[in-house]
Design a binder for this molecule. Structure first.
Ligand code: SF4
Length: 178
């Protein structure tokens, strides 16, 4: 039995107040997400993105091995063409620390799907073997073929495509617990 209250206090203590629990078997994994990674995403080929991630079918199997996960919703006011890299780096640091704290509670399967493609290094190796910071590199939900919009809505949270700029940008992390 996991201690949800304790995990929630770690999250809120780190400033993440918008979250909800999800059965990871209800995470929607779709082939179209992978196609959009391959065609149209500037992150394709970076160290934690396709083709350096498991196949869509393997991703589905991966989620089916978990019983409890958390969707964490982050927002940041940003211009469309000016990604807030410093903010994103700070969020990644905090989320990795939460993953570590949840692991140390005895949840040995704890694994973070980060709120963005890995951007730990300025010059990404582009593959797993030569990754320069293997202990901190994590894939995004999209890199694991998650249909983020449908999954977040299924969990009862609101998320919409943003058309205005500047605007409150949405970022979604998923912390798989056990
Ligand atoms: S840690 Fe660096 S090299 Fe590794 S995936 Fe992230 S950006 Fe690429």
């Amino acid at each position: 039995m996991i201690n949800r209250k304790k995990i929630e206090s770690i999250l809120t203590g780190s400033g993440f107040l918008d979250y909800c629990w999800i059965n990871p078997r209800r995470i929607i994994v779709s082939q179209w997400v992978r196609v959009k990674c391959v065609f149209g995403c500037s992150g394709y080929g970076s160290g934690t993105c396709p083709p350096n991630t498991p196949t869509v079918e393997e991703c589905r199997r991966f989620f089916s091995e978990y019983n409890n996960g958390l969707i964490v919703h982050l927002t940041k006011l940003a211009e469309k063409d000016s990604y807030p890299s410093d903010w994103s780096g700070q969020m990644t640091d905090r989320l990795l620390e939460i993953e570590k704290q949840v692991f140390l509670q005895g949840n040995y399967k704890a694994f973070l799907l980060n709120q963005a493609c890995c951007s730990v290094c300025e010059d990404c190796s582009g593959n797993r073997t030569d990754c320069k910071d293997k202990s901190r590199a994590r894939p995004s939900p999209e890199g694991f073929a998650v249909d983020v919009y449908q999954t977040v809505r299924r969990a009862g949270m609101k998320i919409n495509v943003i058309s205005e700029s500047p605007s409150e940008m949405n970022r979604i992390a998923i912390l798989l617990v056990n």
